[in-house]
Design a protein around this ligand. Sequence first.
Ligand code: ADP
Length: 430
Amino acid sequence: DASSSGKVCTRFDLEKETELRFEVEAGEAVDQVDLELQTGMAEVFGSELNRNKKYTFGPGSKIAVFTWQGCSVNLYGKPEVAYVSKDTPMLLYLNTHAALEQMRKQAERENERGPRVMVVGPTDVGKSTVCRMLLSYAVRVGRRPTLVELDVGQSGVSVPGTVSALCIERPADVEESFSVQAPLVYHFGSTTPGTNIKLYNKLTSCLAEVFSQRCEVNRKASVGGCIINTCGWVKGSGYQALVHCASTFQVDVVLVLDHERLYNELKRDLPHFVRVVLLPKSGGVVERSKECRRDARDEKIREYFYGFRGLSFFPFSFEVRFSDVRIYKIGAPSIPDSCLPLGMSQDDTQLKLVPVTPGRDLTYHVLSVSSVEDGDEDARKSIVESPVCGFIVVTNVDTQTQVMKVLSPAPRPLPRHTLLIMDIRFMDMK
Ligand code: ADP
């Protein structure tokens, strides 16, 4: 069966409480796959589909179309896989939402705060997806929850190497997830918390403080609570970072996906009033290879500069004189305790601002533009704890003329001149 677009059309009739899972092949020259709801009702990760509307999914997409009542859908194009599954944990996820909603109702009645929820588990168990569903369900019943994104490897909100918070005001877009308006973003600088765990914990605390302040002045935000997405690193310092997060955010609920030992450890180590719940992962969640994850990170940076399908941005390229900016790396390489200056601890070195002398090796690095005011020397101390206002990529460095060329979402001049270097590189292939 061929559709008007010339793509092959496949029809799927879904019984109630089943889901159609499909994947679009990854790669450059791959055709997108369109999805269209014909009859009945269905949702993609908590967002309802409109009937007779085509939703387009690009290379690498892994999607589940779930229906509570039954439906029929068409797929146009050639997905890498497409099958219907009856075995999904969706009912458990919906029950989780119902329980959180009860807590919000109670918070409303008793003038308390709503649930603060931390979602944990190893990589590729569907943490981000569960967060997305719980947030979309909450907005659909009129709540205004906050998404806290602590996954520095695969951020759903900003570029990799950052942690962030975002107030959710409408359900996730079926194709593009949450529209990213004015998130609060902090520079971490690398894709795993382990490169600087002190900084990671510090930034988690910063986000918790800002969120708590907002809850004090905004009743809806307070009742809505937050859903915290975390990294898949659940051992050693990674585990300690989860415990730290639970304490600094004063979480009420921890959802552990598919990891019984982690569940038992958290039950043992968190205060007894924290509800720790073990949930199964969905059989649909697909394990992603290292390359797949790297591609996803690259794509996220590309989107930041160039936009996505429906919305194109046109970034700028211009020269910046070394003398006009101050570039720092956060954290000095650790040195043996015995070599530290008197009165200094390892903690201090991990949060220290180290000036970076621009050289050729700066090329392709992503730099965060700190929001601290230029020339505010007192602010120097707080650069680490200040949000960022955007990102640039160094595309060329000329040490002779002391000038570097950058890719920027906005035209010259840079809004601020304090830059923080990331481990992350981006090669612009456009
Ligand atoms: P994590 O945050 O734990 O690393 P994600 O939530 O990002 O995992 O899920 C990994 C991938 O699996 C994503 O591409 C997501 O779209 C996909 N996915 C999640 N749930 C399902 C499902 N039920 N069916 C098909 N794909 C799914």
